[in-house]
Design a protein around this ligand. Structure first.
Ligand code: LLP
Length: 417
């Protein structure tokens, strides 16, 4: 995705309005640059190529499960992190050869699918281990399991997306984790592989990642579990630049920060494979949400731009106070005014961007584009207020490879039959 000085947005080397015209899709629409997503996935693999064991980049499907896009990402990673049956299905249909199954309250069907397919289950508690054992016994299989531990680090991110603070609903505290790991080792129904942790999302400081690895390393060494370690899953969480001038660490910086501890740990163990579960840092920058100005309004001291999508299509500002850059495509930014951009929903929180600089002549029909909308935007979209789900266009090597029209009424209505 590239924004030129004349505020022209390009996707996979093509101008946005050209892509939209060829697709025939109306707004609101998510437009994805599959080249960029694939490049980011590859960056992970290359960044950790020094690791002595196998490295598996398991793309976190929750960030964006659009099948037209996922297909390209999984072509590169061949592995995915999934949290539901339908994520499993989409990942397998897109060519995933290996899945890791996450979640604090997985369903029996999800656990059964994991057991039957020999996918790694990141078990969240002793209680869940007992359920996995029952299912494995019934299916006459040995489940492949790891324990999700909570290293209790507090990354500097929004509280809703910090997952390893004390008292979190995810994982088992390191104080109680040995007991569960030993139960796994002793069980005849599961094969103990190792441990998993994930400390949160949109983390732009490397320190919490290092701190978490060191706590887990200490735990493994002190309990002697390092001798059993065949699998270490360090989760996802690396942030993306939501502001144009923001500089965030990249996969190679993360790899460098973790290198020494991972190498030492590897030499102390029988040898383990390294698993990563990045989502946002693969797709975040590869997508935009394109909306159209429906109406302008001036009231009190405020200038509003109302577009044809609201929090139904972009919930992150309302839910996490998230900031997404906004560009009026084709706009002349030489003369600007300040305005807030909001959707049409009956909800005061339906504001997508506050007090932004926009072209002074912005008018009805203009395209208003929200940047860095590849992760957790389409996957969190809803039909609130009976708004249609936006369409989507995936571009690869300049070609439109996946086009979906904005949801129609008949399609929407079938959900309620
Ligand atoms: N692994 C596990 C176990 C996770 O829970 C998550 C994200 C990931 C991997 C991927 O993390 P990432 O690399 O994408 O940061 N809806 C929120 C983000 C929720 C993240 C949930 N877990 C948002 O829009 O910011």
């Amino acid at each position: 995705m590239r924004v030129s000085h004349r505020a022209v947005i390009e996707v996979s080397g093509r101008e946005l309005d050209d892509v939209l015209e060829e697709s025939g899709v109306s707004t609101p629409v998510y437009v994805y640059d599959a080249d960029l997503a694939v490049e980011r996935a590859r960056e992970y693999r290359e960044a950790f190529s020094w690791f002595p064991g196998d490295v598996r980049v398991c793309y976190a499907m929750k960030a964006n499960f659009n099948p037209h896009l996922v297909e390209h990402i999984l072509d590169e990673t061949r592995a995915a992190d999934v949290v539901s049956l339908w994520e499993m299905r989409i990942a397998v249909e897109a060519g995933a050869e290996e899945l890791v199954v996450n979640g604090n309250a997985k369903s029996d069907d999800e656990l059964r699918a994991a057991v039957l397919n020999a996918w790694v289950i990141n078990v969240d508690s002793m209680e869940e281990l007992r359920r996995v054992e029952r299912i494995a016994r019934r299916e006459e299989r040995r489940a492949r399991v790891a324990l999700r531990v909570n290293p209790e680090v507090d990354p500097d991110t929004h509280p809703h997306i910090a997952t390893a603070v004390e008292g979190s609903k995810f994982g088992v505290s390191l104080r109680d984790a040995e007991r569960v790991c030993r139960a796994m080792i002793e069980s005849e129904y599961v094969e103990f592989l190792g441990v998993h942790y994930h400390i949160g999302s949109q983390i732009t400081d490397l320190e919490p990642f290092v701190e978490a690895l060191r706590s887990v390393r200490r735990f493994l060494e002190e309990t002697g579990l390092v001798e059993e370690l065949r699998y270490l899953n360090v989760g996802g969480g690396l942030g993306v630049p939501y502001r144009m001038d923001e500089d965030v660490p990249r996969p190679r910086d993360l790899a460098r920060a973790l290198r020494e501890d991972l190498k030492d740990l590897h030499s102390e163990s029988p040898g383990f494979d390294l698993y990563l579960e990045p989502g946002r840092s693969i797709v975040g920058e590869a997508g935009v949400l394109v909306t159209r100005v429906r109406q302008l309004k001036e009231s009190g001291n405020r200038r509003w731009i109302f577009v044809d999508a609201g929090v139904n299509a972009l919930i992150r500002p309302a839910l996490y106070d998230a900031y997404h850059e906004v560009v009026v495509h084709g706009g002349d930014y030489l003369e600007t005014v300040r305005a807030s951009i909001a959707g049409p929903l009956c909800e005061s929180g339906d504001v997508l961007a506050e007090d932004r600089e926009v072209p002074a002549d912005v008018s009805e029909g203009d395209l208003v584009v929200f940047l860095t909308a590849g992760a957790y935007c389409e996957s969190m979209a809803s039909n609130y207020n009976c708004q249609p789900l936006p369409g989507s266009v995936v571009v690869r090597d300049g070609e439109l490879v996946g086009v979906r029209e904005v949801q129609g009424y008949d399609e929407f209505r079938t959900v309620w039959e």
